[in-house]
Design a protein around this ligand. Sequence first.
Ligand code: AHM
Ligand code: MG
Length: 342
Amino acid sequence: MTKENLGLPVGTTLDRFIKRKQDDFPYATGELSQLLRDIALAGKIINREITRCGLINLAGAFGATNVQGEEQQKLDIVANIRFIRALRNGGEVCAIISEEEEGIIDLDNPNGKYVVAMDPLDGSSNIDVNVSIGTIFSIYRRKSPTGTPITDADVLQRGVEQVAAGYLLYGTSSILVYTTGYGVNGFTYESSMGEFFLSHQSIKSPEDGKIFSVNEGSYNSFDAGVKEYIEYCKASEFSGRYIGSLVADFHRNLMKGGIYMYPATASAPNGKLRLIYECNALAFIAEQAGGRATNGQQRIMELAPGKLHQRTPLFIGSRKMVEQVGAILNQHELQRSAVDTL
Ligand code: AHM
Ligand code: MG
């Protein structure tokens, strides 16, 4: 039996699953396992707040903007606080990067081995209208020795250096999906028992699909190559599905086969989504499930981040679809460079 497929039955609790995975690695200290449990705990708390937010005055805007100039919702702030608290209490993490905070969050725990990058609540424009939202997280091993101060190199790591990544989708049912580089597994939350149970074992994404997800309101400012691919999707009568919650759109396409695209636009020339805490985690999951993730030309997980909140265009999902849009974009790039050299 491989490390990817543990042969554990559906219904195994997340705790037991994590423990079994840890036992596969004789030198594992259990710290990563504890960290995953801390994330699951924070996820349960966020799930509780989301399901009753219309009743406890948690809906709506907080009245401030984050470092990226986006309006923060109350639940953005709550999720951020809950995750930071869970990771601080857990003691495995030395630093956090969050969509909601400008700088590195130093947890004052120089002995922590891990760095976490997270978007505590993604798709926040959907909070007030009962549409699915999510949490995205990436886990890195710090580069500097434990016991020393955090450095930029600890947090500005490429996606290929992730030791684990995942997301929580708060939807019709809530699910935690994660990978440690040995396949992808999903755990559905059973709220009456307060437990995540293994429900989706060794997830493999269809290698091709018939769903395309993109905000077509920005069509006029997409590059010619992106427009050509969208026209191809329409000519092929693919289904257009766009929730506007990255985690939800990604999860659906992962299960059913499809592509999610957030290209460069006139108002967001580098795309909208953030490399370190949105794209890398989902790229790791996509690849582990047999899919792909690129910025149109390059593999997302190989991009070297220059700054914490760096943005990138994103094309992610079923292997053949991402490769096809990449080929069209390359073709347009070649034509453009040929014209430039005339
Ligand atoms: P957020 O992190 O502020 O919630 O923004 C990210 C979200 C993604 O979940 C979603 O796919 C995208 O922004 C939607 O953007 P748009 O409304 O421009 O289509
Ligand atoms: Mg986000």
